[in-house]
Design a protein. Sequence first.
Length: 172
Amino acid sequence: IYSDGTNYYVEVSFAATADTSKGGFLKVDVDSSNGKVSIPTTAASAVAAKPAGVKEVSEVQGKIAASTDVKNQLTAGGIDAGVAANAEMVKMSYTDKNGKTIDGGYAVKVGNDYYAATQKKDGSFSVNTTSYTADDGTSKTALNQLGGADGKTEVVSIGGKTYAASKAEGHN
C-alpha cells in the first residue's frame, strides 16, 4: 500500500500477457478502524506510473478522538470550539535522510494543523504549550504547532510572528 498522506494506492499486476496493460496503481479506501482495504465501487482505472509524492506504508493508525481535556486546552489556546470538537490524536513518524522511520511521538490533528502533544504515564494526552509575556505585560500561553523548515519543530505564533517554542518560552 502506498500513500501521499491523504490518499491510498495499491499496485496491481497481472500474470497473463493479455492483461498486463491493466496493471499499475489503483486508488483504494482504507478503513482506519481495522485497516481493511477496499476498492471503491466507482474506482478509476489503474494508472501506470506511481503517483507523485507517495510512499510505501506498512500500517494505518486507527483514529483516536481527542479527550475533553485536550479539546479544552485547544479552545483555551484560541482554537474555535467547533473546530476543536473534531480534533483527533495521531502518532507521528518521520523518515530520516537514510530512509529510516523515526518515532515522532504524538500530535493533535486539528483540521490541517498539527499541535505537539505528550502522552502521560496514565495514557492520557496533553497539548504542548509555551508561556510568554505579551506586549501588554500579561502572561499568555500559546499552543505548540508542528512546523518549521523540517515540519517537526515545535513553533508558536506570537504577535503575528513564528518562533521556535524552545526560544519563546518565558520571553517577553
